[in-house]
Design a protein around this ligand. Sequence first.
Ligand code: FES
Length: 648
Amino acid sequence: SKDPLVLFMPSGKRGRFPIGTPVLEAARKLGVYVESVCGGRATCGRCQVEVQEGNFAKHKIVSSNDHISARGPKEERYDRVRGLPEGRRLSCSAEILGDLVIDVPQDTVVNAQVVRKAATDRVIERNAAVQLCYVEVEEPDMHKPLGDLDRLKAVLEKDWGWKDLLIAPHLIPQVQSILRKGNWGVTAAIHRDMDSSRPFIVGLWPDLKNEAYGIACDIGSTTIAMHLVSLLSGRIVGSSGTSNPQIRFGEDLMSRVSYVMMNPDGREAMTKAVREALNGLIGKVCEEGGVHREDILDMVFVANPIMHHLFLGIDPTELGQAPFALAVSGALQYWAHEIDIDVNRGTRVYMLPCIAGHVGADAAGATLSEGPYRQDKMMLLVDVGTNAEIILGNRERVVAASSPTGPAFEGAEISSGQRAAPGAIERIRIDPVTLEPKFRVIGVDLWSDEEGFEEAAASVGVTGICGSAIIEVVAEMYLSGIISEDGVVDGSLAERSHRIIPNGRTFSYLLRGDGEQRITVTQNDVRAIQLAKAALYAGIKLLMEKQGVEKVDAIRFAGAFGSFIDPKYAMVLGLIPDCDLSEVKAVGNAAGTGALMALLNRGHRREIEQMVKKIEKIETALEGNFQQLFIDAMALPNKVDPFPELAK
Ligand code: FES
């Protein structure tokens, strides 16, 4: 009769194996990634799996606990000493006796908890670049001249299959003492994703070392966000953010480029500032996770092109002017210490590739995360900041562009605009009959027309309007007839509402307060939003024309801005094209999620490297019809394009 059939979940890989084959060995043969540090000695506990009982009709596999060997003495011992969670088995010890369905637990679940509209939870399959390998090295012998390091390499090849091993030079002088300290049992960290493609010993410890960590980091122009992750379990053990200290050299990207151009030491100062901030943030996530920074063995970064260059010590001047030449667009690798990152001496840094001069490694990270190229539907991915990065595509073809939206969406250039912080208005409704507003304020859990609002608001105050609410208020002003489709505040309404107040030759809408404390939306504010949204929409439209589509199937908003705006209002204003509203989603820091994916699975590095080469970059400035698209998009929602979904 046939050998037992084994199915691994969640990968779905399956195969037949002779009775008595260890589950770990079957996984290896099928290319299913199961962690192992001790090399099957039942001491590291990293190879845990679960048997799924039941009848998997589709695969004709009836799995039961009788189809796997009972715990042997080694596994019993591990359970006594370290504890094995209910239902878990050590796959190096458990043997196949019959048909099985084996679940490989995947602990990395990224959910954008920090943003209110959570992205869909996702599981990242693990295949980290760094692997810990425990070996027992042959003791030296007068009759054999082979050096200690050479015998270490030999056993790493014999037990783990590492051929052509290289070693980080700083470890060479330590090899002898570490081997003796561990009584010839040592754990080597092997980095198998080096530029040279040869595996590299990047760390060495006496005895069994059972933990290694990695960092995934998004260097934004305003905020730096970082995750600390166990490379062995995939668990996120610390997450933190800090503001980018380069802000003191210039609020936005272009002012930082100018700072470099004007100051001979400007580039160096900004490089130093961001690296110091990163080292500080590493300290913070390590504290949160109870991790020693020496145990960080791999790092992945994403950043926009200018942050990318400044972090790596490259002059970004060329990015400030056409043709926006990147010094380097491909993925990069460094030793962490080469770029002043204070972690283990053997830690590698991987930087995702940039897509174009304005579409950076952060956009590549977001593309990896949302994967428009993995599906049939036409997906629009937008990350709105001072520049909007726009990616549009599907399995067939992906195009990318950036569009200069300016800082209006972030609340800058808006008379009452402010950052999202306690006291900022975050939601607004306007009664179309009375033109009276009601709103919600960050830090106050009530609408402004609810009882107790004033008392609750007294502690935080009502200080301004945050970026997402500016979208909402302009959309509500349009829906209630306060502004026309051309964005003009209708002064004639002043006769029936005290909310419409003259302001020079134009009119403003009074949202709150009187005298000095007023929060108003001025004609200029409406204009600034129109300009920003027209730039975004025109960029999107250009890409839709390139793709030859009149409608997109799905829209993903990446970044903080997207997390807070209501898709309906974004569409009412014509920020985004017509789309089934249930297919418009905020995905939080997708760039950071992409970095995390590349950290935990080196296969994702190859995936995005290849994808970035295929993405077609469109330079909006060079496209003849961009100007016309921009003018059409000034109207609310648009001069020429219909929005049938809004009518539903
Ligand atoms: Fe280490 Fe199974 S591989 S316990």
